[in-house]
Design a protein around this ligand. Structure first.
Ligand code: NAG
Length: 560
């Protein structure tokens, strides 16, 4: 009896408070906050008196609701489910008053009003539900119920004093995120829903918005499936709504396969990817992945995507035998520095991880994988145009340099290329800022006209330093000089090459025919073996494409 009186008094004062603060705009959303059938007490915002007024939609009994306890419920229970179980609301839903309580050491299961609850050994917080008897509330509640049938509006937290719920996008967090959710038999339908709930809350906390973070969702089960792309939804409530529609897949946890699929097909400008915006994959893994993550994570890294791995309920020592790659956490992330992984003990206690995860995803400076060897290098080519090369072989040299260049993302904000041809003389063919479109840069490279003359490689290096590697024309990335020569230089090569290296330029040498190994090694950066290439025949040049690209990427990664 006394609790009813109290709740009435509370409700009454609450209404008075609202009326005095907002005398005119007495909106329905200021009274009881509409929630979803699955909203848990733990999701409701804390208020000083640990009470909340909520409004359950109709037909919650049709949902599979998780309710733990009887009379006193664990805070991970669905509030509307508890209200149904207690007989406080029926099929048409209605207003419910929630009182939060301390945790208990045991919650009993029982069956009442068509709802079977579960037992739970202990939980950190509890709640009870009571009927909300305030008349004005019931009236406005009914209005809301009528307007919002089963699916209901997006979840909102209870606020007292009430504020207009307004999402302001976070413009400081400009990132494109693919969330890979685990939908294996391992996680099961129930925890799958908790995962969706977590992701919805993450989107809300990150303040997804048109000029803020964008998110899309990929489901990892037996075969990956894109649920929605970056460009599909730009507001948290739309993301949350779309998540509700995501059906449980089942099968193995092929996270590696899903990451590969996401790298190849999800980050696409046609599907809303924004150019120049850091790209992130967050892969949620319940337990452990069924497949190998290593290839997928290398692929993500090399594609400039920052891979985060969130492991929930990680394998216990007895399960380790079942895990294909026991180091999957270490190997998967963008870098093994602890920043790109997160471990949550279970899907039932994720709230405290929301904010740290959101903060990580918005720490743009720490997204070390955004820059890659492909999108952040300046490749300078120093091309021997001496008479011994000949017209046909000169074309083979240009062909090697073009196929190397083709591997890189050449653009205004990405990688750049430039070229100098030398004999005794030097000619700047084109600078780093002359062609910042990939096809134009490749065309310029392929159409360099052959000079013919002597060979002065040392002078040519000095010329390239002064005329090609101009701070004004270079991109922000690392500098590489690739020297191709077929013969002995008439001048000293060592001095100019060392001067170039001191300026932060990594030197590769490619020798053909009569180029002396001694000179090639003298000019190349350390370690000499990995920066020096030699072939007797010009036709052997093409085999160096991939080794040189890989060597550039290796240097880039070590430098970063
Ligand atoms: C999401 O975006 C993709 C690519 O733009 C489009 O093909 C698809 O129809 C969109 N889906 C929805 C549900 O809007």
């Amino acid at each position: 009896m006394s609790s009813v009186t109290m709740s009435f008094r509370f409700a009454f004062l609450h209404v008075l408070g609202i009326l005095s603060m907002t005398p005119i705009s007495f909106g329905a959303d200021l009274v009881a906050v509409p929630i979803e059938c699955g909203t848990r007490a733990a999701d409701l915002e804390d208020s000083p008196d640990s009470r909340a007024m909520v409004l359950c939609p109709a037909n919650c009994a049709l949902w599979k609701l998780s309710v733990f306890g009887s009379g006193i419920y664990a805070s991970i229970s669905s509030v509307c489910g508890a209200a149904l179980h207690s007989g406080i609301i029926g099929v048409s839903g209605g207003a419910v008053e929630v009182q939060k309580l301390a945790g208990r050491s045991h919650y009993h299961s029982s069956y009442a009003h068509g709802i079977q609850t579960q037992s739970l050994s202990s939980w950190s917080a509890s709640f009870t539900v009571t009927r909300s008897i305030s008349l004005p509330m019931e009236v406005s509640s009914l209005t809301i119920t009528a307007e919002n049938p089963v699916s209901g509006p997006a979840k909102k937290a209870v606020k007292k004093p009430p504020k207009k719920p307004q999402v302001v996008e976070n413009r400081d967090c400009l990132v494109d995120i693919a969330l890979i959710i685990d939908s294996s038999y391992h996680i099961g339908q129930r925890r799958f829903n908790l995962q969706k709930n977590f992701i919805g809350r993450l989107a809300a906390m990150m303040k997804v918005g048109p000029d803020g973070p964008h998110v899309g969702v990929v489901q990892a089960s037996e075969t990956p499936q894109v649920e929605f792309y970056l460009g599909n939804y730009s507001m948290p409530k739309d993301v949350i709504f779309a998540l509700k529609e995501v059906a449980f897949g089942g099968g193995n946890t092929n996270t590696g396969k899903a990451i590969l699929h996401t790298v190849r097909h999800f980050f696409n400008p046609d599907f809303g990817m924004r150019r120049g915006v850091p790209r992130i994959i967050v892969a949620f893994v319940d337990g452990w992945p069924s497949d190998n993550l290593e290839d997928a994570s290398v692929m993500a890294r090399e594609s400039g995507i920052n891979l985060f791995l969130v492991n929930v309920a990680k394998p216990i020592p007895e399960e380790m035998g079942l895990v294909r790659d026991q180091d999957f956490m270490k190997k998967a992330g963008c870098k093994d520095n602890g920043f790109f992984t997160l471990t949550m003990p279970s899907w039932f206690s994720t709230s405290k991880f929301l904010k740290p995860l959101a903060q990580k995803l918005c720490s743009v400076d720490q997204l070390l994988c955004s820059k890659t060897c492909y999108n952040s290098v300046n490749l300078g080519f120093l091309i021997d145009g001496s008479s011994s090369v000949g017209d046909v072989n000169f074309k083979l040299v240009l062909s090697l340099l073009s196929s190397i260049s083709r591997n890189f993302d050449i653009s205004e904000s990405g990688s750049r290329i430039g070229a100098v041809q030398f004999t005794y003389d030097q000619r700047l063919e084109f600078g780093f800022s002359d062609f910042t479109k990939k096809d134009e840069a490749l065309k310029a490279l392929q159409s360099i006209p052959y000079l013919s003359g002597g060979t002065a490689t040392g002078d040519a290096i000095t010329f390239a330093m002064e005329n090609l590697f101009q701070p004004r024309s270079m991109g922000t990335g690392k500098k590489f000089l690739i020297i191709v020569t077929d013969g002995q230089s008439y001048d000293d090569v060592r001095g100019p090459a060392i001067a170039a290296q001191r300026q932060g330029i990594t030197v590769f040498t490619v020798g053909v025919a009569w180029a002396p190994m001694e000179d090639l090694r003298a000019m190349a950066s350390e370690p000499k073996d990995t920066h020096t290439f030699f072939t007797r025949e010009f036709s052997g040049l093409e085999q160096f494409e991939q080794p040189i690209v890989r060597a550039i990427c290796r240097d880039f990664t070590e430098f970063n």
